[in-house]
Write a protein that binds this ligand. Structure first.
Ligand code: ADP
Ligand code: MG
Length: 253
């Protein structure tokens, strides 16, 4: 295994001549958390879209497990172990918590109509493990529509984890959460790195601090700064970028 799970080199993305990303360099170590922050429009989601193969870069490389995936089809990238959780919860509202995880676990066997029948012992064990990981053991039989907002987000993280990804991309996982839910989410993400590598995009600084992970700041499609949260938040350029837009995204400093 190469020392980096993901390495991005000279990545440039152009939308009708507008450069959403220019010359971005970025890397993630295996079994670690990396945080991507930056004001609205900085290019964070575009970077994620490139990693999962939804957006094609104009130039540059995305090297994953030693191979350039920048031109690979989306399903291939997914099969290779990169999964993304989107901002909006995508749980199946009418199914129970357990059945949501069963569907996610069995997604590669979708021809099997009744996902609950014939779950193998290892599949059942995995679902139990995931329920515990995301703290929803006691909610297992509850219909997902009755979950609180934060619980739905955790279930969705559980659904992504059920696909056993090597690299998990979480785009604003704490959107709309209470402070308590946000703290629990940070704890959950820190547990995920025992088995997965996680790229987190967020702009809630209190949350980012709880992750205790290296931070990359994007601004106007370029990497502005990399370092620990302490280094980044005391950087004059970073401060000016955020303060200039403080009305949009408070830096909770
Ligand atoms: N499909 C697209 N077509 C044209 N412009 C886009 C598209 N996607 C994103 N952009 C532009 O690229 C820039 C970066 O967007 P985005 O990656 O969503 O930023 P962030 O996630 O950091 O808020 C923005 O100016 C946005 O308007
Ligand atoms: Mg975004």
């Amino acid at each position: 295994m190469p020392d980096k799970l993901l390495q991005i080199e000279e990545l440039t993305v152009s939308f009708d001549g507008f450069k959403a990303l220019s010359d971005v360099h970025f890397s993630i170590e295996p079994l670690s958390i990396k945080v991507l922050i930056g004001p609205n429009g900085a290019g964070k989601s575009t970077l994620c879209d490139c990693i999962i193969g939804k957006v094609r870069p104009a130039t540059g490389k995305i090297i994953y497990k030693g191979k350039d995936i920048s031109r690979a089809p989306e399903y291939r990238i997914n099969q290779a172990g990169i999964c993304r959780k989107f901002q909006a919860p995508g749980v199946l509202e009418r199914l129970s918590v357990f059945d949501n995880l069963a569907v996610a676990t069995r997604q590669n066997r979708s021809w099997q109509q009744n996902f609950r029948l014939n779950l193998s012992k290892p599949e059942k064990d995995r679902i139990e493990e995931t329920l515990e990981l995301v703290g929803l053991e006691k909610r297992r039989n509850l219909q997902a529509s009755y979950l609180a907002h934060g619980e739905k987000q955790w279930l969705e993280i559980g659904m992504v984890v059920s696909q056993n990804p090597d690299l998990l991309l979480l785009d604003e996982p704490t959107a709309g959460m209470t402070a308590q839910e946000t703290a629990k989410t940070a704890e959950l993400i820190r547990k995920l790195v025992e088995k997965h590598t996680v790229l987190v995009i967020d702009h809630d600084m209190t949350f980012v601090e709880l992750l205790k992970a290296p931070v990359t700041v994007l601004n106007q499609g370029q990497v502005l700064k990399e370092g620990s949260m302490e280094e980044v938040r005391s950087d004059p350029e970073v401060i000016s970028v955020y303060l200039g837009r403080a009305h949009e995204e408070p830096i909770h400093a």
